[in-house]
Design a protein around this ligand. Sequence first.
Ligand code: GDP
Length: 308
Amino acid sequence: MKGEPQVGLFDKLRDGLTKTRASFGRAVDGVLSAFTRIDEELFEQLEEALILADVGVESSEAVLERLRELVKQRRVEDPAQVRALLAEVISELLTAEGDEGLQLSTKPSVVLLVGVNGVGKTTTAGKLAARYGAQGKKVILGAADTFRAAAADQLEIWAKRSGADLVRHQEGSDPAAVVFDTVSAGRSRGADLILCDTAGRLHNKKNLMNELGKIFRVIEQELPACDREVLLVLDATTGQNGLAQAREFLSVAPVTGIVLTKLDGTAKGGIVISICRELGVPVRFVGVGEGVDDLQPFDAQDYAKVLF
Ligand code: GDP
């Protein structure tokens, strides 16, 4: 992205993942340094350490299975060498095969943010508006989270900051109507990107399904040929609960990508591995702070590198 050196991004990711790195590195090193040779006990303890770092049971098993293979294939005998192999396995698992990245090439394209309250949807909408705005795109924001009193005000601040237009209605109004007006305004003003923050109340699956369904129908009707991304925002501090939440959303919405926020506030960054492996939806961005620059495109190799 313009004006953002890659080195800076990597440093920011590393700083943002300080807590995760400390717990992850400590756990892995603790196991490896306790062994003088590689045996089944070492593998079992590593698996336990990964589970504790919120990698999840299934994914930890998968990591260890691949690690055993590599150790055998490469005839590694020194526990100290296992660290690098582990980084390699994790990087492999985080990399989605044949993935071409976000599809936003039509004018306009649409990005919808979904997720439960408090995960960072509105903040992410603001950060994305700033990111694409800085790339020279004309962005229009739709405040379709009409249930949370402060959401539209919050988005208005982000819109001003990033130079994006904002469409908002009164609190409590129909989210699909906001999306409709945002799409209309986006079309008439020649927007490149229509970015809608939605309300994601999960207390009633049927409600949520109806609400999101209405929004998707508006977009389908108004912009049938446009590229669209439905990004599910998850709060990394909720660990494995976030994964359960994600499954609920995946069952009601055509989610195309994940944004994982608040990685800076948790030692549970291992959750990324579970998400990549178990949900079948790519992680697109990670949030490592509250500032405008604290949303980064997810890069599997960088992430694995930072963890170790
Ligand atoms: P929403 O209800 O899903 O729209 O959530 P908000 O966007 O209002 O965010 C909830 C809180 O999380 C706010 O205080 C945000 O500043 C904060 N937040 C969002 N993303 C991040 C992040 O990546 N890191 C940190 N530390 N805080 C974040």
